[in-house]
Design a protein around this ligand. Sequence first.
Ligand code: ASP
Ligand code: MG
Length: 469
Amino acid sequence: MIVHKFGGTSVGDARRFANVADIVIENHQQANGTVVVVSAMSGVTNQLIAGARAAAEGRDTVYREIKAGLLARHLEAVEALLNHSPERLDVGGLVEDRLHELERLYRSIAVLGELTARGRDVVASFGEQLSVNILAAVLRERGVRAQAVSATELLVTDDNFGTAAPLMDQTRARLQQRVRPLVERGVIPVITGYIGATEQGVTTTLGRGGSDFSAALVGAGLDADAVWIWSDVDGILTADPNVVPQARTLAELSYVEAANLAYFGADVLHPKTIRPVVASGIPLRILNSFNPTHPGTWIVETTNPGRELLPAIISTAGLSLIAIGSQDDSWTLDMATRALQRLSEAAVDVLMFSQSFSEHSLNLVVREQDQAHCSKILGREFENDGPSPTCNLGTKEQVATISVVGVPGWNDTGIIPHAFAALGKHGTRVIAVTQAATEHSVSFCIPEEQMADTVRYLHRELGLEGQDE
Ligand code: ASP
Ligand code: MG
């Protein structure tokens, strides 16, 4: 049995949905059972959450427009994919009903004037609920037996809203009881990524980008032969191929190496994805739904001793840096803790942070779309600290991060001096740095406009431009 996971860009529009259906059907013919896990259409989760924040702030037109946009986009996909199918009315009706429900939820958030973590998770779960129903209908339309299944019935989690942790025994029992029989009857279950529910049935989410994690949990709970994660690049590469066309695919990685790369933000894999499959040694494979014949990257328990070891450069654009500091020496570690705690409660991912004691400040890197929200939360947290403001908040927009992740044994002097030297030579302006305790990786926050050039330069300087294959 193979568990296939498709991310948001793989189901970004009607054509992409059709392409996913092709991939699923083709692989299903050769597999001994197929399970599919799907994300929301690209950008949908961001919009759902933006709508909830707007509702809590009483910006009615904003959330209404978001709901209308989501309705139009999903119906357009349904129309294009199921135009001649009897499924069209059912799925179209379901999309309308769900989005009607979303608007009701937004309205109640607006009435309360407050967005709780629990409410935010319910809102954020709508995207996957829509995409699974569309994909299952498209598969049925093509003559395959498929059934949409909500992971709220399968993935049992704690009630840590925004980053819920799975309760593996219960999850396994439910998967065995509800999903295995479908697979044995030749039905393809199409399961929502990213979401789950508490034992009491309250909807939770596993964290942004969590559909990969869902797929690994489903694979582990069903004792699958492998989990294949379909994204939009040819596996895990030495650099983002959209920035460095010569980037090379890492053909094989160990669980530890892959977890390390994922931790540094390799977008193709959520950092929590590895843990569920390690115990049972289930291989993961990263593939490109836009280029399905490429072998991609295998992530396995025991790597081939002859494989080539290469470092990787991971870059992320579209970020903002928030600096919190104090003019005097009143900055304490406790203030950093409070800042991180508040952001964690708001389920905002902090992608990088560095703390400077000599400058009495903390630098936090967050996604652009979270910046205004973060500044508001932090402003509120520190405004009551004293009669005169001891804390000031500054933001720098349009920043990017670059992480260089080495592998032990790649180069005797390690990767960090090489990375620093290359950035210096290139003249990249470094805004903040963090270095891992292992000495094998380092991350830089730099101006976004310098990112592409810097990544290309680093890739060349580190000698990663060899021939693929
Ligand atoms: N749709 C969710 C998100 O955007 C989960 C995922 O895409 O993996 O975070
Ligand atoms: Mg992802």
